[in-house]
Write a protein that binds this ligand. Structure first.
Ligand code: TXA
Ligand code: MG
Length: 342
């Protein structure tokens, strides 16, 4: 018998058996497994074709589960959890002894967050009520449910496209409202030092500073070997297979005309205005508001990637702090350089 759509008991049974379940979060879809079960976690790496030394984020039902997964938890972590969880903030903390090495990529730290999507929370709570997997740890390890180096999925159909047969169950929670991955904050430096912001996201450095009284140090492009590996910090991450170029608004039409006059098919992502006359290439327009833009960005890039164009042109967004997380993703997509990228 086919399990009902979004059957949480079925999802929990799969997790307890060490199988994979894809599920929506408020940021992007995650590819989940029992975080306390090394065999299950190894399946995530295989399905994503992700290098084994990249650490995963562990999703928890509530902040009350933090001390099963982390040790020496600084007061800033509790303050941030109180302010932003459930929500799109991942905290890097020193790992508890019980955390399997495969989850942390062999590091002494672990990434933890409580997601805000109702279906993700339902899954985590049902899982906890059913015993919470091996050793009753109640954590679901979940990277974004895409193949390594590709755009994160923001709809169940994207997960099916990317991972289809590799995942026995994909829970469908519709479109992910935030649309870009969580902010990652490293709280492992000594308390006398500012925490390090490893990935920009919906939760901004200013919001973090308001809660803990210290501005985090932004280190989203770490030099080799200095800082814990963050796959999202690779320059060529989040890339479509079609090459992508950012073009300033003032030069947009000139560049499009030039490409067209040389017979090159291009797909264009606007946010300010659409060309007055219909053009031969594919156009998509996103709202000129950073939150709404982020929410629709990955779905739009997927669409443009499938438009059979030789080049995706993205109208450059404003260089202001409210656009910083979106700018970060676009720069990485542009660095991807097409199919030969990450
Ligand atoms: O919004 C999100 O964070 C989504 C949803 C599913 O929760 N997850 C996500 O996972 O984006 P992933 O694996 O695609 O990206 C997680 C990032 C990786 O770049 C990983 O290197 C970093 O978190 N990370 C995890 N644990 C870490 C640690 N101990 N130290 C440094 N970075 C860590
Ligand atoms: Mg990812």
């Amino acid at each position: 018998m086919r399990p009902e759509k979004n059957d949480l008991d079925h999802a929990v049974a799969l997790l307890q058996a060490g199988e994979l379940v894809a599920f929506p979060t408020e940021t992007v879809y995650g590819l989940g497994a029992d975080a306390a079960n090394p065999v299950a976690v190894a399946r995530i790496f295989a399905a994503k074709r992700r290098p084994a030394d990249h650490p995963l984020i562990v999703h928890l039902p509530a902040d009350g589960y933090l001390d099963r997964w982390a040790r020496d938890i600084p007061s800033a972590a509790w303050e941030l959890a109180e302010a932003f969880w459930p929500g799109p903030l991942t905290l890097i903390l020193k790992r508890a002894a019980a955390v399997p090495k495969v989850v942390t990529g062999g590091q002494d730290s672990v990434g933890l967050r409580v997601p805000a999507h109702p279906l993700a929370l339902d899954l985590l709570r049902t899982y906890a009520r059913a015993g919470g997997g091996l050793s009753g740890m109640c954590g679901i390890a979940a990277p974004s449910a895409n193949r390594f180096g590709r755009i994160s999925p923001t709809a169940a159909a994207h997960v099916r496209e990317e991972l289809g047969n590799a995942v026995p169950l994909i829970l469908d929670g519709g479109r992910c409202p935030v649309g870009i991955e969580s902010t990652i904050l490293d709280l492992t430096p000594a308390e006398s030092l500012p925490p390090r912001l490893l990935r920009l996201g919906r939760v901004t450095p200013e919001q973090i500073a308001t809660v803990i009284g210290v501005m985090p140090q932004i280190v989203t492009r770490p030099p080799d070997g200095d800082i814990p590996r963050v796959s999202g910090s690779l320059a060529a991450h989040y890339a479509p297979t079609t090459p992508l170029r950012l073009v300033p608004p003032a030069r947009l039409f000139e560049v499009i005309d030039l490409l067209q006059s040389t017979g090159r098919r291009c797909a264009v992502l606007f946010h300010s205005r659409l060309p007055a006359t219909p053009t031969a290439h594919t156009c998509r327009r996103l709202p000129a508001n950073p939150r709404a833009y982020a929410s629709a960005l990955y779905a739009a890039l997927r669409e443009l990637d499938q438009a059979d164009a030789e080049l995706i042109i993205v109208e450059e967004i404003p260089a202001t702090p409210t656009w910083a997380a979106v700018a970060d993703r676009l720069q990485r997509a542009a660095a991807g350089g097409g199919a030969s990228g990450a």
